[in-house]
Ligand binder design. Sequence first.
Ligand code: SF4
Length: 402
Amino acid sequence: MAVTDLESLPVETPRSVYVHVPFCRHRCGYCNFTLVAGRDYLIADYLKAIELELNKIKTPLEVDTIYLGGGTPSRLPPQDLQTLLNLLDNKFRLAEGGEFTMEANPDDIPGEIDVVIRDSAINRISLGIQSFSLPKLRSLDRDHDLSQIDRAVDSVRQIVDRFSIDLIFAAPHDSHSIWREDLSRGVASGATHISTYELTFEKGTLFWNRKRRKQIHSPPEELCVTYYNTAIEHLSESGFVHYEISSFAKLNQRSRHNQVYWNGQPYWAFGPGASGFVNGERYTNHRAVKRYLKQVLNGQSAIEESRLLTGQETAIDQIVFGLRLIEGIDLCQFEQQTGYRLKDLVPAESLSAWAEAELLTLDKNRLRLTSRGILFADTICSQISMSEPADAQATLPKPPDS
Ligand code: SF4
């Protein structure tokens, strides 16, 4: 059913790199990321493993974006961060105007690490502030306080021109006035990019267990929607463009790296639990950090699972990721890139049901979620992922107030 045969489309060499740094001081109660808490003695082995993993890059490549995520990359002692940067520098050259982001926690900056960052190619920092309210930070198990945030922001502004902050809403003991204050202070910090996340209770986390025991509660769905809409309103009025479900940017300050994911482009990934997309194959490295280290240091593959996607799966992924963008998907471009038409992939009945419910619009060949549809993005996208076009039935997601 494809318009063209995907096999005949050129395979793109990735121009983006993600490196996962799995070290944290302690594990925050809501966090289910791949990490080791309070086990910095593993850093030396981690760096050796990254060096071995990077050996799959035979000749240095030019890339447009590099992202050091975690965990907490700023947790690395300065000399170890320098070693990691040198290893990357041996394999990847950042193109002129490229973007190199590093995640940092406010309790690590300022410090000796500032010099390493300033002298490196890192030109964007993503600061995990989460909130400007001390009780809210403590309810989230975060260590930093308000003076650390102020010092970190001052320091970051001196090191890089572009910085992003993360803010969480719907935390235990959150309130509308705290959330408004978080947004105001986030704007006042001078951040060029703000990501807002609803606190989620992931299976296996401390918070998930506490919630099961009714020790903490998530706010009602309507309140979460209000928090989210407040963020859109407040940040839009403050000069930020809402360009992705959770992301807001000043002019020309969108995350180039994250757009690679949302546009379905390929990228390399290194480190425990890191997922990459190369030559049509999605792969994920071992998530258990010790297992990852053992594998790689013993000369075995870092990869725990991988799958070569069919052309149809690649195209469906592109719709699912692309719908996260507020401007949606240009269907002409989509057809050219994937060789598929929307109607080959998503049942017409589903599309019309979502359009009738004002969750999704198709206008001037652009498919996008409406502001109401964004609230149902996960449900819509999981239905698209499971689509069987020949006999799929349109089913409407359940609204939160029904
Ligand atoms: S600092 Fe970030 S990555 Fe580390 S445990 Fe807390 S939420 Fe997770």
